[in-house]
Structure formats: C-alpha cells, structure tokens
Design a protein around this ligand. Sequence first.
Ligand SMILES: [Zn+2]
Length: 214
Amino acid sequence: MSGPARALPQGAPLDGSRLKIVQAGDPVLRKIACDLTPEEIDSPAIRQLVGWMKDTMRDAPGVGLAAPQIGLSIQLAVIEDRAENLRAATPEQIAERERREVPFFALFNPRILLFSEDTAEFYEGCLSVSGFGALVRRSLGVTVEYLDENAQPRRIEARGWFARILQHEIDHLNGCLYIDRMEPRSFATSDNLARYWKDLPVAAVREQLNLNPR
Ligand SMILES: [Zn+2]
C-alpha cells in the first residue's frame, strides 16, 4: 500500500536546506496531491520539510511553494509575502494589486470554499515555469479552509494579491499550472516582461496585444 508518508524525503537536501524545484513537464506537477493525516502533519519529518520549503521559497525567491514543485505529491504549500518584496514594487502596483505583507505560514489539505465574482488580471509567474510570465485572470477574493502546522482546522478570507497566491498554490496541489489559465498572447520571457510590459497598465497591455477589452 502506498501512502503519502512514504513519499517524504528520506535525507537532507543536497544543497544546504534548499530543495530542487521541478520544472513544467515533470509529471508530478500534473497529479492531484494526496491529503495528509493529522498524525502526518504533526510529525518531525513534515516539520523538517516545511522548514526546507521555507528556505527554498525564500532563496528562489518566491511568495509561495507547493510540495509538488519539489517533487512531492502531497497537499502542502507554504506562503509568505515579505516586506522586502513589497519594497521592490511601486506604490501604484501595490495599490492596484491590493498587495500587503503576508507572514509565513504552511497550509495542509486546503480547499477553496468560495471564489468572489469580481476578478482581476495581472502578470503572474511560477518557479516551475522558470523564466516566463503571463496575464492570468483570478478571483479577487477567496475563502479557504485548511489544516495548520498543528493539524488544527483554519479558515481564511483573503483578498487581492494574497487571494491570488492562494489560488496559484492550491492549483498546484490539484495538478494545475497558471499556463492552463493564462491569456496565451501575453506569454513572455521574464526579460521581455521587464522590458516591454511590466510597467504598463493591464488595459494598455491588452490593447497592444490586440486583446478585447475586459
Ligand atoms: Zn507556481
């Protein structure tokens, strides 16, 4: 019988506490990840793994990392949007994305109970589709239920950029990548994104790409 616990890493990562991030095309990114039991969540092995994922996410750097991205098909993701990430963005970008600091946390077996009807479209990237970005339309708000690091049930109502991060990471746990949801004509290398598109309002991007106004 195979269980999620059997999929846990047996040893320390090869490179300090950083894990290898798998790239698009790896089958693990397309699987629906297994739920963890409360006993598995509240175990030294998982606590160790959460610590490694935190270091890996910060090193990348990223604002979220899901277990399938480090090759483990389990329902675990970590999220953190640090103050220093916000300092790299302009006040206008922070305001229009409704972006604010999110302290580090891990979520297990998350489910999105509610998607808001209002949506927003912004450029998004993924550590597993390294070197690219595209416009992705997502709900502005979500209600999520999950188990925390002590296997206690939690519910959050998130808005803005935090809601987007949650949707992106929970998609990973269900075998979905942002490229499944992107506006294909907006797909760009990170270099070209920085060069041509990053600082334009989304309406102007859509116009230049001959996309219908939304
Ligand atoms: Zn991703």
